[in-house]
Ligand binder design. Structure first.
Ligand code: CUA
Length: 336
């Protein structure tokens, strides 16, 4: 018992000395870090104590060669059982209430909040600012402005997480989940997906850029009209394929030099022109590329797993944008 207690003290000291957290970039993040430390203080000593007693017992009381008899019969100990049920019950309940209070406090609705709609899909994030009329593949936020993220997914479950903001939420098909926070540090962090969502899960990360409010306002001004265009309208001017490629996250799975992407989940699109004809004899390259986007299950390039490419593009990409995208891909990055 003495050794176990010593081990528990040493173990707790070690985990408290470890640096668990990245830089904090949102208001009241300190409360979450404190909560995490309190969880460690309660859980690590109990874990080390139980494990050291268990390991000691396994070694000390193990069956030895020729030792065939049963152990001594033990019929329980009521006092001990009440003790080891009640204490953990109180500890776990107390921590649950504490965690609930902290989260409720941090996620309280703010009157002047800005809304950002976040859409997850295999394997990218896209962002929409309804009031500012901006659609973007990059998350940009003003410093010190409360934000409410409304999270949706086009396909499977993803999880929206910026470690520097600490808060994280699953993004679930058929419902809108929310995360509220206030960024308070200018800088660039990663938005990552924290839920295994398919082959490209590890590539599902984008940048969140927190900037001064004035810089954010000019970013909105620069992107407000571009956002409208990217939203697509079949009557608009001839669309450019590059924003379509970016907005639909093609670069998170495919290598395509003109777009600066180097991912290898799907086929290399720099080779597209030369292989298109070979893959499907009798079909034009244009028809092949179009089919591969709108009906990716129809044909899978050899050496790549089936059923990875999302089937949502057929309804998400307007006809005009699809033409522009096909042109962009076959033209090696040129729109005309
Ligand atoms: Cu989306 Cu992992």
């Amino acid at each position: 018992m003495l050794l176990s207690v010593l081990a528990a003290i040493v173990g707790t000291a070690i985990v408290l000395l470890m640096d668990w957290f990245p830089v904090d970039a949102a208001r009241r993040v300190g409360q979450i870090d404190t909560l995490y430390d309190v969880l460690l203080i309660f859980s690590v000593p109990i874990f080390v104590l139980v494990m050291s007693v268990a390991i000691y017992s396994v070694i000390k009381f193990r069956a030895r060669p020729g030792d065939l008899g049963d152990g001594a019969p033990i019929h329980g100990n009521t006092r001990l059982e009440i003790f080891w049920v009640t204490i953990p019950f109180l500890v776990v309940s107390g921590l649950a209430v504490y965690g609930w209070i902290v989260l409720d406090n941090i996620e309280a609705k703010q009157p002047d909040q800005m809304v950002v709609k976040v859409t997850g899909q295999q394997f990218t994030w896209s962002f929409e600012y309804p009031k500012e009329r901006v659609k973007s593949s990059q998350l940009v936020l003003p410093k010190d402005k409360p934000v409410e993220f409304r999270l949706n997914t086009k396909d499977v479950i993803h999880s929206f997480w910026v470690p520097e903001f600490r808060l994280k939420s699953d993004v679930v098909p058929g419902m809108t989940t929310k995360v509220r926070l206030t960024p308070n540090r200018v800088g660039r962090w990663n938005v990552v997906c924290a839920e295994l969502c398919g082959l490209g899960h590890a590539t599902m990360r984008q940048v969140v850029q927190v900037m001064e409010p004035s810089a954010f306002r000019s970013w909105v001004k620069r992107h407000a009209s571009g956002g409208q265009q990217a939203a697509g309208g079949s009557n608009g001017p001839t669309a450019d394929g590059k924003p379509v490629f970016a907005a639909n996250g093609c670069g998170s799975c495919h290598t395509f030099k003109p777009a600066g992407s180097t991912a290898t989940v799907g086929p290399d699109l720099d080779q597209l022109k030369s292989v298109a004809a070979k893959r499907r004899p009798g079909k034009s390259a244009r028809a092949y590329v179009r089919e591969s986007i709108t009906d990716p299950r129809a044909f899978t390039v050899k050496g790549f797993p089936k059923n990875v490419m999302p089937t949502t593009f057929k309804k998400d990409i307007a006809p005009e944008q699809l033409d522009a995208l096909v042109q962009y891909l076959l033209g090696g990055g040129k729109s005309k």
